[in-house]
Design a protein. Structure first.
Length: 149
């Protein structure tokens, strides 16, 4: 895992950076979170990230939210999302950090302030090859810098 610092603070690219940390790659290889979330793409960042992970890493992520996260025993690296000390000043926007085994281990924000609590986990799983069949898969194409026309 790489300890990377997000490059955009307003509106922020913590989700992009947290996944780059886990994948041990440069964040610029992933779809641009700020461009997608500001409407420069027709995709949501959730969908853009799923497409990137599927096409370039053979992975998908599952979002586990709410009280159920207390019952899940996660092993390995994952992304943890929740409010931070800055959330009140930023319309309640949540932040993402890197977790290991259910515990936050790296905050990509320059302040390294972490989360006030965790409200969701993004857990990476292998993307099943059988889901790639065109007759059952209508997923969006990858819009990362390598794939974008």
């Amino acid at each position: 895992m790489r300890e990377l610092t997000q490059t955009n603070l307003e509106p922020g690219n913590c989700w992009q950076t947290a996944f780059a940390c886990i994948l041990d790659i440069d964040p610029e290889l992933l779809p641009d979170q700020v461009a997608v979330e500001s409407g420069q793409s027709k995709a949501s960042y959730y969908n853009a990230l799923q497409a990137y992970l599927r096409e370039h890493h053979g992975l998908a992520f599952v979002n586990i939210a709410g009280p159920v996260i207390r019952a899940v025993k996660v092993k390995g690296l994952h992304v943890i999302c929740g409010p931070t000390v800055r959330s009140a000043d930023h319309a309640g926007r949540h932040h993402c950090v890197v977790g290991r085994d259910g515990v936050a281990i790296w905050d990509p924000h320059p302040s390294r302030a972490g989360l006030l609590n965790d409200e969701a986990w993004n857990i990476l799983l292998p993307y099943p090859e059988e889901w790639r069949r065109p007759d059952i898969n209508e997923s969006q194409p990858c819009i990362c810098p390598r794939c974008k026309p």
